[in-house]
Design a protein around this ligand. Structure first.
Ligand code: ATP
Length: 285
C-alpha cells in the first residue's frame, strides 16, 4: 500500500520482468514500478498488443475505468495505465500466487474443504458485496478469475466484462452470445442478456462448485446449448465428493431459477465466514 493510484504511469518508470500469465489480448508481466518519490514496488502489467487496440481499446479502457473506482482488500487494485510502442499497459497490484484455479489444481494437498476453501469463498463474497454496493456487475466471476495474494487471501480480478449499473438494478446486454462463459451464466443472462448482482450470485455458485470439486470443469465437455437445456430441465451440477452438504445446499440456492430466491452476497459472506473458525486460524499463525 505504499503506492497511490496515479492514472497515467510513465513507461520509463516500469522495469519489465518475466511473463506471469497469458491474457486474451496479450501477456501479463511482473515488473518493478519506480515511483516519483523513489520507492520501488513489484506490480503486474497487463499488456494489450496494438493489433487488438482498434477493436478493443474501449473495453480495455472500460476495464481500467471500473477498477479505478474500487478499493477493497478482496479486489485486485489498479495502479494505473501506460502506453508503449507496442500498445497499452494496465498496471495492477501484483497478486503473487496467481490464479486460484491453477493453485487448486497444482497443490490440492494445501487446499482443505474446512479451511482454505471457506476462507477464499468468504473473501470472494466480501469483495462481491462491495461491488454490489458500488453498483457494479462483474459478469465473469469464475475460479480462473480469482487470484491468490497468499494462501489465505483471495482477490477478485478480470473486470473485462464488468459494467457499471449507475442507477439501475440490472443491465441488459445485446445477446451476441459468442464468447460468453455460458456455463457460469444464469438463465436470465443467457435468455435475455440480463445481468445483476443476482446473476453474479449464480456465477458465484458455479465458482464454489469449481473450488469444492478441486478444479474440475463445470459440466465437463458439454457444449453451451446442452448446458442451457440441462438447467431448463431443472438439473444442476452435482455435489462434488468432498463438498460438505451445507455448502452444496448453498450452491443450489445460488442456482434458483428465480433470481429473487437466490441468497445475497452478504448472506453468502456470513455463511462462509461462520465456517472458518478461530481454532483453525490459530493453528496457522
Ligand atoms: P481471460 O479474459 O481469458 O480470463 P484476460 O485477458 O482477462 O484473460 P487475465 O485473466 O486478467 O487476462 O490474466 C491472465 C493471467 O495472468 C491470470 O490467470 C493470472 O495468472 C495472471 N495475472 C493477471 N493479473 C495478475 C495480477 N494482478 N497479479 C498476478 N498475476 C496476474
Amino acid at each position: 500500500d505504499t503506492i497511490s493510484i496515479q492514472i497515467f504511469v510513465p513507461r520509463e518508470s516500469l522495469i519489465m520482468k518475466e511473463v506471469i500469465g497469458e491474457g486474451e489480448f496479450g501477456s501479463v508481466y511482473k515488473a518493478i514500478y519506480q515511483t516519483r518519490s523513489g520507492t520501488e514496488a513489484e506490480v503486474a502489467v497487463k499488456t494489450m498488443h496494438s493489433s487488438h487496440m482498434l477493436s478493443n481499446r474501449d473495453s480495455f479502457l472500460e476495464e481500467a475505468e471500473v477498477m479505478m473506482k474500487l478499493n477493497h482488500h478482496c479486489i485486485v487494485k489498479l495502479i494505473g495505465i501506460s502506453e508503449d510502442s507496442k500498445g497499452s499497459l494496465m498496471i495492477q497490484e501484483l497478486v503473487p500466487l496467481g490464479s486460484m484455479l491453477t493453485f487448486i489444481l497444482r497443490h490440492p494437498d494445501q487446499v482443505n474443504v474446512d479451511y482454505e476453501l471457506p476462507v477464499w469463498a468468504s473473501q470472494i463474497a466480501c469483495g462481491m458485496q462491495y461491488l454490489e454496493t458500488n453498483k457494479i456487475v462483474h459478469r465473469d466471476l469464475a475460479a480462473r478469475n480469482i487470484l491468490l495474494a497468499t494462501r489465505h487471501q483471495a482477490k477478485i480480478s478480470d473486470f473485462g466484462l464488468s459494467r457499471n449499473l449507475s442507477d439501475n438494478k440490472e443491465y441488459y446486454m445485446a445477446t451476441k452470445g459468442g464468447r460468453w462463459p455460458v456455463k457460469w451464466y444464469s438463465p436470465e443472462s443467457y435468455n435475455y442478456g440480463k445481468f445483476s448482482s443476482a446473476s453474479d450470485v449464480w456465477s458465484f455458485g458455479v465458482t464454489l462448485w469449481e473450488m469444492y470439486s478441486y478444479g474440475q470443469q463445470p459440466f465437463g465437455e458439454m457444449r453451451g446449448a446442452e448446458v442451457i437445456e440441462e438447467i431448463n430441465d431443472g438439473n444442476r451440477l452435482e455435489k462434488p465428493d468432498d463438498c460438505p452438504v451445507p455448502v452444496y445446499q448453498m450452491m443450489e440456492r445460488c442456482w434458483e431459477y428465480d433470481q429473487n430466491r437466490r441468497p445475497s452476497f452478504s448472506e453468502l459472506y456470513d455463511f462462509f465466514a461462520s465456517l472458518t473458525n478461530y481454532e483453525n486460524v490459530r493453528d496457522l499463525v
